[in-house]
Design a protein around this ligand. Structure first.
Ligand code: NAP
Length: 241
């Protein structure tokens, strides 16, 4: 299969790209880090150095490809809001990296998926979007928007037979979470994350979430009345002081 992965220079995307290559697929790896891209190219991946927030150059590059069977839009970043100052620059930066880059990538990959075999569009969101989490005003909002995007595209692309999967990881050990200064329950390795995602893609699951012991707990909490969840979160913050 012809598979494109954005955010393939690090963490989840890198592991996924290498695993798909080892399975014998033709893989395009997209990122900004030149050194990481050079390493990936040596391993046998096609690479592209792109800042996916730059619409013109990104769309120009996508036009150089002929077709894709799977596009995994995984590039993203995580930054937390620390009140009392609401840093709108941070908010805009996170939205640009996680959401705008995804919209630009979708515009680029859809014509290629239309030329592919049994095409699948995969958007990487987060289980952080299941419930409102402290300090995640920017990250959580960007991932909630991605979940909505996946759900609407799944309906609108149905007639064209382009499937859409939303990936909602729990905590995965990557440079992104290595920066976190709080406990991360049920954190899994990138190898496990890649395996869960590839299994979900193979089964064409509309939502791929893992590890289940963590994501089902969050899903259950999301069913609580909002006032109760808010009260519980406020208590957690009070205890953390
Ligand atoms: N790790 C977790 O626990 C976790 C949990 C839930 C969801 N996720 C999501 O999973 C995805 C991957 O996360 P990760 O943990 O693997 O993070 P990571 O190791 O920090 O990797 C992020 C990737 O995104 C790329 N990227 C960021 N901004 C970009 C831009 N403007 N243009 C092109 N590429 C860009 C980076 O490329 P360069 O470094 O080359 O710029 C890098 O390859 C993210 O969307 C994240 O939100 C992760």
């Amino acid at each position: 299969m012809k598979i494109l992965i954005t955010g393939a220079t690090s963490g989840i995307g890198k592991q996924l790209a290498l695993d798909y290559l080892n399975e014998g697929h033709e893989v395009w790896a997209v990122g900004r880090n030149s050194e990481a891209l050079a390493e990936l190219a040596e391993s046998g991946l096609h690479t592209a150095r792109l800042d996916l927030t730059d619409r013109a150059s990104t769309l120009e590059w996508f036009k150089t490809l002929a077709s894709l069977d799977i596009a995994v839009l995984n590039a993203g970043s995580c930054e937390y809001i620390d009140l009392p100052g609401f840093d709108s620059e941070l908010f805009i930066r996170v939205m640009r990296t996680n959401l705008e880059s995804m919209a630009i990538s979708i515009e680029g990959v859809l014509p290629l998926l239309r030329q592919g075999q049994n095409p699948l569009l995969v958007l990487v969101g987060s289980s952080a979007a299941y419930v409102p989490l402290p300090r995640a005003e920017a990250y959580g909002a960007s991932k909630a928007a991605i979940a909505y995007l996946a759900d609407t595209l799944r309906v609108d692309l149905y007639r064209e037979k382009i499937d859409v999967s939303l990936v909602c990881p729990g905590f995965v050990k990557t440079p992104l979470t290595d920066r976190n200064d709080f406990p991360m329950p049920a954190r899994v390795s990138v190898e496990d994350a890649s395996r869960y995602i590839r299994q979900g893609i193979e089964r064409r699951n509309s939502e791929i979430h893992f590890p289940k012991r963590f994501t089902y707990l969050l899903k259950a909490l999301s069913l609580l009345p909002k006032w109760l969840w808010t009260r519980l979160s406020q208590r957690m913050i009070d205890h953390g002081k």
